[in-house]
Each structure stands twice: as structure tokens, then as C-alpha cells.
Design a protein around this ligand. Sequence first.
Ligand SMILES: [Mg+2]
Ligand SMILES: [Zn+2]
Length: 165
Amino acid sequence: MNKAVFLDRDGTLNVDFGYVHNIKHFKLLPGVLYTLKELKQRGYLLIIITNQSGIERGYYTERQYIEFENEIYSFFEDRGVTIDDIFHCPHYITICNCRKPKVELFYKAREKYDIDFMVSYAVGDRKRDLSICNIEPVKGILITNAKDDCYVTVTTFPEILNYIQ
Ligand SMILES: [Mg+2]
Ligand SMILES: [Zn+2]
């Protein structure tokens, strides 16, 4: 079985300008590359799970999203990090099981990569990114300035390394 770090995208890896859908607006937060490389060294799959309601809201099309997603893979590849997979929910109005805090995409990832939740982590800048931790043994790390006792909280992405074995 494999271990994974499930990563939120906007606000966690890159600056959340709101409905980012262009590589020109894909600005990494400080320390992200270094941290992702370190997680790879530690043997984790890097899997992005992202809500992309901008698709159903009509801000960009599924096709535009997929093009952007491919650019994101290349962006990281060019900088020496392989993102193993990206799962997205395009919904907003449609009731679905994939828009976080729903957890379907985590189960899809587990099935596809034979992931052991016991040794995996979810990292995000909103509690809804960590909802899987309430029902499965995935450990959650919230990147925030606010204090919370449900999760380990950090203020910058690289600090997650202190909590991931
Ligand atoms: Mg976010
Ligand atoms: Zn969905």
C-alpha cells in the first residue's frame, strides 16, 4: 500500500486570488517547492484535491480547466517535483459527493493508488479540506493563523514537515 499527502490547491500551494484558472496567476506560496520535494523524499504520493466550482459557475470551462491542470503538472515537473494526480470537483449547483467537505475524491484516490489512510495526511487552508479526517484515520493539518483544537495548525506550508513523519 502507499502513503499520500492530500493537498488542497488554492491558498495551500499557491496564492488564492479566487478562481485561479490561468498559469499566469499560479503563484506558489513560500517554501512550497522545497516542502513538496521533502515529502517525496519521505515517500509520499502528492495528490491535489481541489474544488473547482468555477466550472459550473461558468467562469471557465471544463476544457480550459484541464488545460490549466496540465500546465500545473508541467509547472511542478519543470521545478523538479512530480504531482502524482489532481482530482477536481466541477460542481456548485449540482448536488454531488465530490465537492469538499464531501469526500468522494479521497476515496477515488485511495482506490486508484491503493493508499493507506492510516499513514496519510490531508493539508489545507480551510476546514472543509480536512473533512476526511473526521471519518477516516487520515491526519489533518490546517494552515491558518487561527487556533483550533481539532487539528494541528501551522501558519506556513513548510511547517507541515514538522508533523509528517
Ligand atoms: Mg484552499
Ligand atoms: Zn462535485
